[in-house]
Design a protein around this ligand. Sequence first.
Ligand code: GDP
Length: 354
Amino acid sequence: MKKEDKKSALHIAKGTAMPPNVNQNFKLKKRKVKTAEEYVQGILSGNTVLLSQAITLVESTQPKHQVLAQAIVEQCLVHSGQSFRLGLTGTPGVGKSTFVESFGMLAIAEGKKVAVLAIDPTSQMTGGSILGDKTRMEQLSVHAQAFVRPSPAGDTLGGVAKATRESIVLCEAAGFDFIIVETVGVGQSETAVHSMVDFFLLLLLPNSGDELQGIKRGVMEMADLIAINKADGAALMAARLAKKQCKNGLHLFPPKASEWIATAELCSAVQGTGLDTIWQHLQTYQAHTQIKGYFQHHRQQQAKYWLEESIGQALKNRFYQHPAVEQQYERIEKEVLKGVLSPFKAAQQLLDLL
Ligand code: GDP
């Protein structure tokens, strides 16, 4: 080093060596923004990298991403629908990931292309994700016939559910014909999943006698099938009892609009037992509901539900983002809290500002 260089504030003092670059070849490349048509072409040809990127756009809250995402979803819509959509729920630890891994592999063996999506309300709080740890689906996550997508992180269940529903459309357009939507059995997420799948499967543990108390009645009522998982080893006896209890419990619910009679089965996701029987139920359900015309009717009902949901959400956003409402809201809310203005009158006053 020359003498004058030492005076510079930039000269390197003796001591700790500079760490090497983490990635010597790293260059900041400006990515060319793809058009909706380029995404759609890629998705239709089964390109999972573009599928993944399109799903990221669908999940994004940035307005320019949303515009692009809507264009992609719209063009994919006519290529979607040709699949069986399975919803899966159960409390953490019941074996959902293990089940998805085993059942997904079975579906592949049956000639299906499997996409796994998730709605995870807990990830909104923790930033975590039920499918984030893909090692939990060792075989499936790397299989050429499978696509495993971690749950989107979002501020609201509504937003996350909308993203998942649109991701289903994209996955179907990419040729995936067996879609599994997984959710943790907490909060309202089961209702959201139920509103976007053809068949709803509830996983329970062998000690369901107590477990059933914890499962909300509504969730059990939604189930088209209950599978008692971990029906293996020493738990087999308890699992058989749980199956009986579930069957009895299911009888108490009114008949379903699909005229499908929900039942309970045993399975072991680890040992792979009972999965064939569950697969068989799905086949029977599909045949039964297609003959009766319910399959299509149900999907139409779901589309109607999402139309109404979307309108509701958009109206709410428009209301809260309206400048006059933003300005007056706090003052009016304070009056409601003080008890000088009724909530109903306050709501009317705010709505009148629009
Ligand atoms: P999740 O939280 O519902 O996704 O549950 P996981 O799939 O992560 O499973 C939780 C634990 O239960 C793991 O240690 C699994 O190995 C275990 N497990 C899952 N399925 C079975 C099963 O069929 N039998 C037994 N004995 N253990 C299982």
